[in-house]
Design a protein around this ligand. Structure first.
Ligand SMILES: C[S@@+](CC[C@H](N)C(=O)[O-])C[C@H]1O[C@@H](n2cnc3c(N)ncnc32)[C@H](O)[C@@H]1O
Ligand code: SF4
Length: 387
């Protein structure tokens, strides 16, 4: 195993399933709609080849988490998921207590596959609920109702020990009171984990066009800040504190896979448009695959993998990424690891200035963390520290 200050952040495997039944108007993920059935067997064969290729580059690793993300992985047949997990198990040693998450859309059809996913080896699902009222779900372009989503959550709870669901807030016309009530209702259905994302207007989406034309009005910065504050207060009061800027969990129930990213561990990205960070003898390498699903298939079938990027990061880039990821976490970062990664310490005068502004704190054990006041301006804090 290569010595590198990745600490014990784990080794994660991300697999991207790039298809959805429809494109949601706010979403800029690598997701595509196909009007012909997707040839899952052909994709499985390509996933197998790409997994074997990356496994050759990462010998001896022990997989601590697998994340099947999308797109909509819950459109896959359970047999497809089983074949993928078998390929991962054949390529690396998988830790017996590894977390295996599948992202699912909460329709009744998809909930009908949950038992099959569990048999295939999935032990956690993450459901894209997004809102708990039908008018907002329609405006978000979702294909499920609130009742259907809650039924899917109940199925997940009956089948899996661990599940989470996502909500999007800072929706048009959303008031802090309405959001607080919706969030309390959500917490009533949540077991251990919730992802709460502030609506972002992403480039190239239908929402961006509507927003630019004045047909979609979202809360301004001040209103969004009030909604963020409500999110923190309600979740904290109900035992689901934020462990990351958008993720809340009962202590101990954090998503282990996402912690691999935020703790700057090592992960491989398999499938169209997936990103990875591999630790090699020369340093940390950023990988990315071809985004377009059928072009990715062609490449894998010709070359054995779909990688189009394979870039050795400079020490400075590693340091920037380490801060960008780690400062999203409430636990913050260990400055000693920054020094070990980059060969230079963080600037003490900048730390003092940000501390004086109340944006970062030193919560003990030598760590450095962004404060609740700093989270809404996280990007600026990171840019300042990394400069
Ligand atoms: C890969 S996506 C979706 C997984 C699944 N396909 C679904 O839609 O339920 C992961 C999550 O990102 C969030 N998301 C996507 N686009 C967003 C945006 N523009 N603003 C805020 N959250 C967004 C949604 O909550 C979504 O569930
Ligand atoms: S939000 Fe989910 S279902 Fe909607 S387009 Fe994006 S990935 Fe697909």
């Amino acid at each position: 195993m290569i010595e590198h200050p990745t600490r014990d952040a784990g080794f994660g495997v991300y697999v991207h399933w790039p298809f959805c039944l429809a494109k949601c108007p706010y979403c800029d993920f690598n997701s595509h709609v196909r009007h012909q059935p997707v040839d899952e067997a052909r994709f499985v064969a390509a996933f197998r080849r790409e997994i074997a290729h990356v496994a050759d580059l990462t010998p001896g690793r022990i997989v601590t988490s697998v994340f099947l993300g999308g797109g909509t992985p819950s459109l896959m047949q359970p047999e497809t998921v089983g074949a993928l997990l078998d390929a991962i198990g054949g390529a690396w040693t998988v830790a017996p207590d590894s977390e295996v998450t599948l992202e699912a859309n909460p329709t009744s059809v998809e909930a009908g596959r949950f038992r099959g996913y569990r048999t295939a080896g999935v032990n956690r699902v993450s459901l894209g609920v997004q809102a708990l009222n039908d008018p907002d779900l329609r405006r978000l372009g979702r294909m499920h109702t609130a009742a259907e989503a809650m039924a899917a959550v109940r199925v997940a709870a009956a089948i899996f020990d661990r599940y989470s669901f996502d909500l999007i807030y800072a929706r048009p016309d959303q008031t802090p009171d309405a959001w607080a009530a919706e969030l309390k209702e959500a917490i009533g259905h949540a077991a251990e984990h919730l992802s709460l994302y502030q609506l972002t207007i992403e480039a190239g989406t239908a929402y961006e066009r509507l927003h630019a034309a004045g047909a979609l009005v979202v809360p301004d910065a001040e209103a969004a800040r009030a909604l963020f504050d409500v999110t923190q207060a309600v979740c904290e009061a109900h035992g689901l504190p934020a462990y990351e800027i958008s993720n809340h969990a009962r202590p101990g129930a954090e998503s282990r896979h996402n912690l691999v990213y935020w703790r700057y561990g090592e992960y491989v990205g398999i499938g169209p448009g997936a990103h990875g960070r591999l630790v090699t003898a020369s340093g940390r390498v950023a990988t990315a695959t071809e985004r377009h699903p059928e072009a990715w298939l062609d490449r894998v079938e010709r070359a054995g993998h779909g990688f189009i990027e394979d870039t050795l990061l400079t020490l400075e880039e590693e340091g920037d990424e380490f801060l960008l990821m780690g400062l999203r976490l409430r636990e913050g970062v260990d400055p000693a690891r920054y020094l070990a990664l980059t060969g230079r310490p963080l600037d003490r005068s900048r730390i003092r200035a940000l501390e004086a502004d109340g944006l970062i704190a030193q919560p003990g054990r030598g760590r450095l963390a962004v404060t609740p006041a700093g989270f809404p301006v996280l990007d600026a804090v990171v840019a300042d520290l990394a400069a």
